[in-house]
Design a protein. Sequence first.
Length: 328
Amino acid sequence: MVRFAAICFAVFGSGVFGMAPSLAQPKGDPKPVLVNVRGFDFTYAATFKDLPQGKTLNAWLPLPQTTLDQVISISSATIPGKSSIASEPQYGNQMLYFEAIPDAKGQVTVSLTFKIKRSEFRDDYRQPGAEKIDRFLQADKLVPLEGKPLTLLKDHKLGPTQRDTGKILYDIVNNHMKYSKAGTGWGNGDAEWACDSKFGNCSDFHSLFISLARANKIPAKFEMGFPIPPKRGEGTVGGYHCWAWLLPDGKGWMPVDISEANQHPQLKDYYFGNLTADRVMFTTGRDIDLVPRQKGPALNFFIYPYAELGGQPLPTEQIQRSFAYKDF
């Protein structure tokens, strides 16, 4: 078992973390806008259990990266066995990989605590970096560019600009679906299923939206991370949250969070082009190959730990995961 402390992907500046807002100057608006900044610790932990003795477990965990919206460092980590950090080439997602032998209880445990400064995104465009924009115009396995999702456009006239069209698509998905985790089938990010079911979680909302955007030649991408409860303090986080970005008219990336708008109708206009600071982003994209390449198929999305034993994917019921936050 190797224990690391103060391993940094980025060096924090001298600013103070917390709830204090900063000033941003949106394009076309003469008045500065207060942008919320939030600082918190986020612990990502997993126990791989019921493992046979003497067999090597191969495991991958996603790692958040510093971006223009967040600054990340690792304050502590407990990582078993032999480990490495790598980035996959398709989207640039960073990940921890390790190989470990189970303990006497047939378990392998890993834990990382990140120190995070996250900023609200407000009323602006984000210029593309070294991204492969063409990839965000292509279909994913569960996000087609034709077929059933496009039937939602039958009675709608699209806008004169791609941004206008993006808002129309945003409203179409928001009006067509209801945020719900009732029953089964939700949570796979299947655009056709979402079109039929008319309900689902954030992955279902945004897969349907991305399908419609890409079909109309608007680059759109999927981001996945974790929600942080708006109330400052500490506690557990039950699971992931995702949102989308689109690149209309070549002006720059802008975010949408339709599932949040659906749950909070009073914020419907806000969530077209804005994101709260109450989140941390981990990965981009769908159909992801890991580094080193996993034996199993490409991952639908990469937010939870993935592991293989003897070249076979470890069943999810053998992976006990936990996530927690604590505001500075």
